[in-house]
Ligand binder design. Sequence first.
Ligand code: ADE
Length: 231
Amino acid sequence: YSKIGVIGAMKEEIELFHNHMDQVNESVKAGVVFYEGQFHGRPIVLCKSGVGKVNAAVTTQILIDTYGVDSIVFTGVAGAVDPDLNVGDIVVSTECLQHDMDVTALGFPRGTIPYEETSLFAADDHLRKLAVEVSGELFGGRVKEGRVLSGDQFIASRETVAQLYTELGGACTEMEGAAVAQVCTMNGVPFVVIRSMSDKADGSAHVNFAEFTVQASENSYRIVDQLLKRL
Ligand code: ADE
């Protein structure tokens, strides 16, 4: 963990990191701005991937190839899938799955990428255990370890979110984590996804998302801040 890539999808999710970085050098590749610099005296490369799996995948590969990061932390907000989770609560990834991968017509289970060894991309043990420890200290019982589901869909229906819970065992749903996870796995790079719940992915999700994204982004920032300090 000597040079850490920090990714968020949206401005709100990376803003606080940017404000607290020193000696920042900015460069652009594939239209994505990368901020190389120091954070608590440690080298990091911060970037805003943009929304969705393609943006996340391209950004992750560039972080690895061009910027030479040896580990990646994704920070941001998500829709709660586990009914125990509320707005503001935290999910630390145990693993990530692409919920919109659907080759069921050929007999593959939902979420399964055909002909691959696995479709469940496991987070790095050390990163996730440290993230859970830090989250517990900051947010007490409002932290869960679990499966992060990703897809190119903003989930905003009670039926869909119930399905994601019962069929795919998700803790939360978002639009980038599993793409980052797959690219990291393909490259042998350790990762963890840390998400704070902005909404419950139900009929009120669009309203809650708008209202709580800034606060939830700050929650996630505070965890990654402490995580990077202690790594
Ligand atoms: N990110 C935050 N809330 C989300 C939701 N409901 N669906 C997908 N991505 C999200």
